[in-house]
Ligand binder design. Structure first.
Ligand code: PLP
Length: 462
């Protein structure tokens, strides 16, 4: 990993630097010294009014942002493809979810962004149900680097008096180069949470939460973080956040990765049979406002295999680690430290795999997983995420589970949009769709029984 030289020195003797809240080292929960100064430098660098360092990833930032804005009497409008942390946040806050479906690409089986119209409909549903909306939460960019039209989403939220919270886990670098899409705070978002450890150079588990404007109370964010974070934060994680900020601000941190990403696109386009997501989508259309140039999504089945198989092969035989894979795609994340040699390594690996794979005309056509899973209607919600979290549960056969309230979050990949979440009704249609995805080579995340023979359901009081 490419890091600031000063931080490399710290990491040369981690035990010496694994300190705690000693005099002079400040307190994460009420900073007045070094941590305050580091957070202020971060706020200035990331375009925020205030920044909080997080030691339990973006997960804790999402939970804190929801707790700070939504109480049990409020609704949270959220994209249905939000991270698991959004669902645990609702269990903590006790708020009522109103879901917005992301635009889905049925061909590739992936979810993109949220459209302004879909958000307007969610506000109108909230209003017809007489619900006060505490906040709106969306994911931007997606795993695939696709951004939503945050400026429009923010202005709709603000018209309705609600703050826009953006899970920008994969967009921590956006503030640092003109080639990246504009970061969410610059477009009017009120809160962003970024996995600094994913796309910048901080240590695993360290993230940042940024606030801009006065729609979200700084005090409420601090109180939520005091409730959720350790009182013994790791100073290695905190130091790595400060170093990642300084590293991102160096003038040439992103130039080589950007050049490498451009070269990778060119090399992959020249490779017969390979395809890139960029060539399948059109920016400026519904749910696809922009694309992160440092995300490279390969359409894998043009190489004669599924994305899962290609990902596995690249890792086992060629030492190339992708960020994630779906049945049809493999996503590569470039960042500080990505070099031309890595791109050459990837192109050579793909070329070798290409040489031994079946030609596209010999491939077995894949079952239409995506259209099975790309649902626009949602199961009926019987309990809120909080009620479902505290309810008693039992594991029953799939047959017995039909018509019962689900206790698991079951998310088929593709398209990475939960089919059912705790508190919603399990139906024959949902179970069949999940089985179709699994038998077609997809995955169902969250299913404790991966055979999908049994499901956890809620025991209703008789
Ligand atoms: C979109 C998104 N949001 C939130 C998270 C959680 O982030 P962290 O692992 O930093 O807690 C992830 C993790 O993969 C993610 O992909």
């Amino acid at each position: 990993m490419s890091v600031l030289p000063e931080f490399r020195e710290v990491m040369a003797s981690p035990l010496r630097h694994d300190l705690t809240e000693l005099p002079g080292l400040d307190y994460l929960s009420s900073p007045t010294g070094a941590i305050k100064e580091a957070q202020e430098l971060a706020a200035a660098a990331f375009g925020a009014d205030a920044t909080w360092f997080l030691v339990n990833g973006t997960t804790v930032g999402i939970q804190a942002a929801v707790l700070a804005t939504c109480g049990p009497a409020d609704a949270l409008i959220l994209a249905r493809n939000c991270h698991l942390a959004a669902f645990s946040a609702m269990a903590l806050a006790g708020c009522h979810p109103i879901y917005v479906m992301p635009v889905q690409d049925e061909n590739l089986g992936i979810a993109h962004g949220i459209t302004p119209d879909a958000l307007r409909r969610a506000f109108s549903n909230a209003s017809s149900d007489g619900r006060h909306v505490g906040a709106v939460l969306v994911v931007c960019p997606t795993y695939f680097g696709i951004t939503s039209d945050i400026a429009q989403l923010a202005s709709i939220c603000h018209e309705h008096g609600a703050p826009l919270l953006v899970d920008e886990a994969h967009g921590g670098h956006f503030a640092f180069h003109a080639s990246f899409p504009a970061h969410a705070l610059a477009q009017g978002a009120d809160v962003t949470i970024q996995s600094t450890h994913k796309v910048l150079s901080s240590l695993g588990q360290s993230s940042m939460l940024h606030v801009k404007g006065d729609r979200v109370s700084h005090e409420c964010i601090s109180r939520a973080l005091q409730t959720l974070q350790s009182s013994s934060p790791s100073y290695l994680l905190l130091a790595s956040l400060d170093a990642a900020r300084a590293h991102a601000q160096l003038p040439d941190t992103f130039q080589e990765p950007l050049d490498a990403a451009a070269a990778a696109r060119q090399l992959l386009r020249e490779l017969p049979g390979s395809g890139l997501l960029d060539d399948h989508i059109q920016t400026g259309t519904d749910g696809i406002h922009g694309v992160d140039p440092l995300r490279l999504t390969l359409v894998a089945n043009s190489l004669g295999m599924s994305g899962f198989a290609l990902d596995d092969l690249l890792q086992r035989e060629f030492g190339v680690c992708a960020e994630m894979s779906t049945d049809k795609t493999v996503v590569f994340a470039l960042g500080p430290g990505s070099r031309m040699e890595h791109v050459r390594q990837l192109a050579a690996a793909l070329s070798s795999i290409r040489g031994r794979s079946r030609s596209p005309s010999q491939q077995r056509s894949q079952p239409p997983l995506q259209s099975a899973a790309a649902r626009s209607s949602l199961p009926e919600m019987r309990l809120t995420p909080r009620e479902a979290f505290f309810a008693r549960t039992a594991r029953v056969s799939a047959h017995e589970a039909v018509g019962r309230i689900c206790a698991e979050l079951l998310c088929p990949y593709p398209p990475g949009v939960p089919a059912v979440v705790p508190g919603e009704l399990l139906t024959t249609d949902v179970i069949e769709m999940l089985r179709q995805v699994a038998s077609g080579g997809g995955k169902v995340a969250g299913a404790a029984d991966s055979s999908l023979e049994t499901f956890a359901v809620i025991l209703e009081a008789s």
